[in-house]
Design a protein around this ligand. Structure first.
Ligand code: PRX
Length: 641
């Protein structure tokens, strides 16, 4: 595999700018992890210093960093920049779905907006430790709401705006949110009326903990407002003071909960705390994106996912970034939208998902070359492996061979990036997230938990040591935290990913080793989708498999058996799709539905997914060992289709 050295004109300035520097820092961090993290932690402002750097113990599934340190995340993301004379600096360049509309929000503006809303929350009875749900699209108020929660010590739980009302309800109820912040309608691409408030209305009465629904007027459409429960954003802050001192939080006080899919049906409430998370996101944002004070940064993620939390809100804002936040979609009004925005706002650092690159690459280079992209310096990707064709397109066509590509590997659970080339230091290889950041110690284990030291041999990716951004627990279910992450390979954090190390020590992620799919960079549990399909009328059983999909990376292939007497039909197929949309959201809809008379099962009733995978991938010449099947004739009927 060809190695790409650091582009000649690229100058890193964040610290160590040669590969040798990187190696020696990595070694130093390994030898004395506490000193390393202590020096990193000084980058943010603490009201009180910690007494111990790292109190984590993997053998007890206990994660604790910067014990007894006191700080506030909102203060670090806003106030301290103003105190440092950056009040007039632009924090957010909001680019509306409408290409003609953009709005700047300075750090001074942000402080005022956050303080007003924080006081609104207090007036509504929200106290430190209470949970607040945020169900919004990419509008500045979403970020204001998150920071306002952090300011008063409320714990936000952001639910991705495309999730259905059922999914919203389950998340609100799981963490007993008292207040929901939403907007009348979402506005994205050609959809001007995504029913956000209506979705909330459908379920609000089924959420016993929910007392208040705050609604931003984005579309201005007339909405139903329930007396005593619903209030517009403007009414909510009306009469509030624009001064709100930041609550003193302990390093280990929860900052947020973010639900993510696991291998069992119910999504997990991943909980992150204040000190370690903020230190980690702030540090990695600067390091991985080689962030300079006068850069314009743009991460195209949505705040509904961890990338939005860590690399739109907490990492960048704690570094006093100027960043674009984008309400729209890459193909509206045309396929040049991303590049038009890069030109318009002179974006220097651009961070996106491989799935978006694949979709845009297929539309041809003319959408790119008509724009001036010479401002770009660093190009990043996240969420799934970036394969060679889109890597080269990104490097050659978007970056004009001048920009290092940072393929960042991490997870909702890790809080921030664990593996990525550091621009200016680490030569890249298309498709590899290259090497761990200093202080991160991965290993590859075999089935028995022994370390695989041979090169190019795939095993389970684990971390043998904690880092500050690591999740602390599954909200309300610590046992699930232990079972999911610390039981497979006791003494290590189990990532759920497979990986191997090549001859240069570079890591290659081979994908999930559990029943979790990665569809367009969105993490979806097969069990969740199977449960949703099972709720459609006439369905007896479903098995969901991921298969290679040209644009989505992984597509959802559903094998469905119907109740006796029910015939497969286009209506049933449609009903399955709408049931999945209703229970989870449109992003979880299967791309292929195959009706079958039975599923391949072992004698003990376990579905043999390995066989289904081969069928979904059209690799039917060799289905492997089928001798343990309870009913081998099932295979013939599956292949007939
Ligand atoms: O399988 C890995 C894949 O995405 C999973 C984490 O998903 P999520 O928690 O939703 O977070 C996505 C954004 C951080 C991982 O277990 N993944 C993420 N980044 C990469 C990746 N796979 C390969 N290369 C990556 N750069």
């Amino acid at each position: 595999m060809k190695k790409y050295s650091v582009p000649k004109n690229f100058q890193s300035s964040v610290g160590y700018n040669t590969f040798d520097n990187y190696q020696s820092l990595r070694e130093k961090a390994k030898q004395d992890s506490n000193s390393y993290w202590e020096s990193v932690a000084k980058r943010i402002d603490w009201f009180d210093k910690w007494t111990t750097v790292n109190n984590s113990d993997y053998s007890k599934a206990h994660i604790e960093w910067f014990s007894n340190g006191k700080l506030n995340a909102s203060y670090n993301c806003i106030d301290r920049h103003i105190e440092n004379g950056l009040g007039e600096k632009i924090a957010l360049i909001w680019q509306s779905n409408d290409p003609t509309i953009s709005k700047n929000v300075s750090y001074n503006d942000l402080l005022e907006k956050v303080s007003l809303f924080a006081n609104g929350l207090k007036r509504a009875g929200i106290k430190k430790g209470d949970r607040v749900c945020i169900y919004m699209q990419m509008i500045p108020e979403a970020i204001v709401a998150m920071l306002a929660c952090a300011r008063i010590g409320a714990v936000h739980s952001v639910v991705f705006g495309a999730f259905s009302s059922d999914a919203l309800k389950n998340r609100i109820n799981d963490s007993e949110c008292k207040l929901l912040i939403t907007q009348d309608n979402g506005v994205r691409g050609l959809k001007f009326d995504i029913p956000m408030k209506e979705n909330a209305d459908k379920i609000a009465d089924d959420c016993p903990s929910l007392k208040t629904v705050v609604m931003v007027e984005r579309s201005g459409n007339e909405m139903f407002m329930k007396e005593g429960r619903d209030i517009t954003w403007n009414q909510f802050i009306d009469g509030c003071s624009s001064k709100c001192p930041a609550e003193v939080m302990d390093a280990e006080d929860p900052l947020f909960i973010l639900y993510t899919s696991g291998s069992t049906g119910k999504p997990k409430g991943v909980m992150h705390t204040t000190g370690g998370y903020l230190v980690y996101t702030s540090h990695t944002h600067e390091l991985v994106f080689d962030y300079h004070q006068d850069d314009v940064y743009w991460c195209t993620a949505d705040i509904g996912w961890i990338t939005g939390h860590s690399y739109i809100v907490y990492g960048p804002l704690s570094n006093a970034v100027t960043q674009v936040i984008f309400e729209g979609v890459p193909n509206y009004p045309d396929f040049g939208r991303f590049w038009q925005i890069v030109e318009q706002h002179k974006v220097n650092v651009f961070y996106t998902a491989p799935t978006a690159l694949r979709a845009l690459m297929k539309e041809g280079d003319d959408w790119v070359t008509k724009y001036d992209l010479s401002s770009l310096k660093v190009l990043g990707t996240v969420g799934e492996p970036i394969k060679s064709p889109e890597w080269h397109w990104y490097f050659n066509v978007i970056g004009n061979e001048q920009c290092p590509i940072v393929d960042t590997w991490w997870q909702t659970e890790t809080g921030g990036i664990l593996m990525s080339p550091i621009p200016g230091c680490v030569p890249t290889k298309p498709g590899s997230a290259t090497l761990p950041l200093p202080g991160i110690i991965p290993a590859i284990l075999d089935e028995e938990g022994n370390e695989i030291t041979e090169r190019n041999t795939t095993g389970y990716l684990v971390m043998i040591q904690s880092w500050p951004g690591q999740m602390r627990t599954v909200y309300g279910d610590h046992q699930r935290f232990i079972d999911t992450y610390f039981s497979q390979a006791p003494g290590n954090y189990f990532t759920g990913d497979g990986a191997y190390i090549d001859e240069d020590g570079y890591f290659w992620i081979t994908g999930r080793v559990d029943d979790v799919l990665n569809v367009s960079g969105h993490r979806i549990g097969t069990a969740e989708v199977e449960g949703a399909i099972g709720a459609a009328s006439g369905v007896a059983e479903a098995a969901v498999i991921g298969y290679s999909h040209e644009i989505k990376g992984e597509g959802i292939y559903a094998f469905v058996t119907l109740m006796t007497g029910v015939e497969a039909s286009a209506e049933i197929e449609q009903d399955i799709l709408s049931t999945v949309t209703k229970i989870i959201g449109p992003h979880a809809k299967p791309s292929v539905i195959q009706f079958c008379s039975g599923l391949p099962k072992t004698r003990s009733g376990k579905i043999m997914r390995r066989i289904l995978k081969k069928i979904a991938q059209n690799e039917t010449d060799d289905l492997g060992d089928t001798s343990t099947l309870a009913d081998p004739s099932v295979i013939d009927s599956l292949l007939e289709k």
